[in-house]
Design a binder for this molecule. Structure first.
Ligand SMILES: Cc1cc2nc3c(=O)[nH]c(=O)nc-3n(C[C@H](O)[C@H](O)[C@H](O)COP(=O)(O)OP(=O)(O)OC[C@H]3O[C@@H](n4cnc5c(N)ncnc54)[C@H](O)[C@@H]3O)c2cc1C
Length: 383
């Protein structure tokens, strides 16, 4: 058998899991190459705690250069084009041929979709989170609004975790009574993807903490001085700190490859995560895996990672001509920290014959310990 070329695009959760698993399952004659424009990638899941000073910026990254120790070729380069029929990927540092391709390029942010949001605050990448951290360290009183633009967005619990952590921080500094926190979301209910019981519990938890919630409205604009946010129903909210969750889009290079077939995200076979092109797979935020009418598996690292592992097992089985792995089952749990010592878990299994078995487990100290372990494991490339 001649050596096969496995090329993985993107070194986030999905790409690293795919490359790591493929390397473990395949003999050395088959090459595994991972391409990312960034050598150091960041764990955005730390941002809701980072903005209140509870995470160290220096510990939010991992260097993809370390993949070489595991027998994976890492190429630091921007990916410019994916030629599905020609079986090549063009990058700023040359062209790579592939026999098997894993597209794990995540979601990109369209800040322009909400005019003025670049002047407001966010926590969806490290730079915006650091800026919000500086603002919160100066915050003494007033109104703070966290507004989501449109679904789908990464980690549906993240806006609520951020509100919970800001609530915790303001209480700790004795200024919670002088401040107001409001979360606005475009969905009809908070974290609806986890089912009605999870939504109801989260509503109660927000209410108990006096965190306001407006549903069914997406933020559409922020005034130039970033003091007022406008919403899809024509209403507006004036606030001292406006924090937005940006519109997410499929990366342009993926749209241009034809893999999305003009759809907003990359359609895949839900069982194998293979795209319309044979031996070309899409995992993580870049794809869409429906689990019910109009509903898709959330964009979260845990799902991207599970998908990367599943796809690598499929590729290994095809190369080694062995039995394929079990179908992808859509399982995973995200964290929703309520404080520095308590975290809830949200998730379960989305793809079962009885329908999704998902929910929200209450916040506990052991949930926080799991969250901390998750962060450490991520830094050590165990996830
Ligand atoms: C605030 C926040 C909190 C979160 N909390 C959690 C959590 O608690 N648990 C959880 O599971 N998930 C969480 N997530 C979601 C999680 O971060 C994403 O869902 C996850 O990173 C998706 O993984 P991915 O591999 O699909 O894409 P990504 O991790 O985004 O990786 C994509 C990679 O592709 C690279 N890339 C893109 N385009 C190009 C190009 N043209 N050329 C070269 N390289 C390119 C990027 O540099 C990037 O490294 C959170 C997200 C945010 C923003």
């Amino acid at each position: 058998m001649t050596g096969k070329k496995i090329v993985v695009l993107g070194g986030g959760f999905g790409g690293v899991a795919a490359a790591r698993t493929a390397r473990t399952l395949l003999p050395a004659e088959h090459s595994v190459t991972l391409i990312d424009r960034n050598r150091v990638t960041r764990l955005c899941g730390m941002n809701p705690m980072l903005i209140v000073g509870e995470r160290d910026v220096r510990k939010t990254g991992r260097s993809l250069g370390q993949l070489a120790n595991r027998g994976i070729n890492f190429v630091e380069s921007a990916i410019n084009a994916i030629d599905v029929s020609g079986r090549t990927v063009s990058t700023a540092n040359g062209t790579f041929e592939f026999d098997y391709l894993v597209v794990a390029l995540g979601a990109s942010y369209d800040w322009d979709a909400v005019p003025g949001s670049d002047l407001a605050y966010s926590f969806y990448d490290l730079d915006t989170a650091r800026r919000l951290r500086r603002r919160l360290s100066r915050f003494r009183r007033g109104k703070l609004v966290i507004s989501v633009a449109a679904p789908p967005y990464k980690c549906p619990p993240a806006p609520f975790e951020t509100a919970m952590m800001i609530h915790w921080y303001l209480r700790r500094h004795g200024i919670r009574k002088d401040s107001k926190i409001i979360v606005t979301i475009p969905e009809p209910a908070p974290m609806a993807v986890a089912g009605p019981a999870a939504s109801a519990r989260l509503r109660d938890d927000l209410e108990r903490r006096d965190i306001g919630l407006r549903t069914g409205v997406g933020v559409t604009s922020v005034t130039p001085a970033a003091m007022e946010a406008g919403y899809s129903d024509g209403s507006s909210i004036a606030a001292d700190v406006i924090v937005t969750v940006p519109v997410h889009r499929v990366p342009q290079v993926v749209a241009e490859s034809g893999l999305t077939a003009g759809k907003p995200w990359t359609p895949v076979n839900a069982k194998t995560l293979e795209t319309s092109a044979t031996d070309v797979f899409a995992v993580g935020d870049v794809n869409v895996v429906p689990f019910a009418e109009g509903k898709a598996i959330p964009k979260a690292g845990v799902f991207a990672s599970g998908q990367g592992e599943n796809v690598a097992a499929t590729i290994a089985a095809r190369i080694l001509e062995s039995a394929p792995p079990p179908a992808y089952d859509g399982s995973g749990e995200c964290f929703l920290a309520y404080s520095t010592t308590q975290s809830a878990l949200v998730g379960g299994q989305f793809l079962t014959s009885e329908g999704p078995q998902v929910g929200l487990k209450p916040p506990t100290p052991s949930g926080m310990r799991s969250k901390e372990r998750f962060e450490q494991n991520w830094r050590r490339f165990r996830i």
